[in-house]
Design a protein around this ligand. Sequence first.
Ligand code: CUA
Length: 346
Amino acid sequence: MHKRARLILVLSALALLGLLVTPEVARADPPTPLNPLTSGGESIRNLFNLVLIPALVVFFGVEGAILYVVLRYRRRPGTVAEPAQIHGHTRLEVAWTLAPAAVLAMLFFWTVQTLESVQAVPPDALRVEVIGHQWWWEFRYPDLEITTAGELVVPVGKPVRFDITSADVIHSFWVPELAGKVDAIPGQVNVTWVEINEPGEYAGGRGRDEHLHGQCAEFCGMAHAYMLLRVKALPPAEFEAWVERQQAPAPEELTGLAAQGRDLFVNGFCQACHTIRGTSAQGSIGPDLSHFASRDLLASFLDNTPENLRAWIADPPAVKPGTKMPKYLLSPEEIDALVTFLKAME
Ligand code: CUA
């Protein structure tokens, strides 16, 4: 074999090996749509397998035939004469036109069928408006009069309908284990739905921790990579309790540092962008922070701990480059007061 040919062969093998190894290196336990928790996710996975199997048969069939012909009919010492030349073969040509056409027609039929099943929202589904923002997710429950951000709480064993849209640019709503990606497009509402039926196993820690993770799957600007979300599927009774807690107004009886924090929040910069129901803070640019302390997720990607919250308030762009929340000159005492106040918003 020529030196150059050997080099190309070695490089190709290395590239293939790289493709196989990279995802393992990137993430030990990646979220996967191949192990779905919902009927919609399952029908998408089944369609994927239906496409994958014929594609593999075709790939190995064609590549195998090429390899066989290249090796079997290679030029050998002593062969001088040109092989027989063949022009056209009507029956073969008709066959290799009709066979792929039939395969494609079947795939088309299965795709349309899957689309219909994925979009057939049960009429009794709980409605959640999912709104993409640069760079966080807003979740409104219009029938329950609840608004949250970053963390999507749904009941187990009940269909949930997502009306997905955007407040600014195009985002894409994706929780791999639940359903297919759905674009969040300004001025348009795209609908999908899920029903999660595994409270025990699910709440018990499927994936990296007890939460399903999702992410924005459409490049939407500087902080796109931080535009994550978590899904919490609660058993019906726990979900009811969560709803009641979220519907309650903000606690009024605050003293000391928490009361100072509230005064700072409702009279200072914070209220220009944020709402806390039950207070005079009614801003609508940033996430609704009513019952902020009940959420596990801060700024769409951090654990909601006092330390993370302190760092976040002190200098948001340092924590999440690109965020639209600016850095304000706050004293450490003021930051402490705000953290205490927000942590009291249970
Ligand atoms: Cu939103 Cu990417």
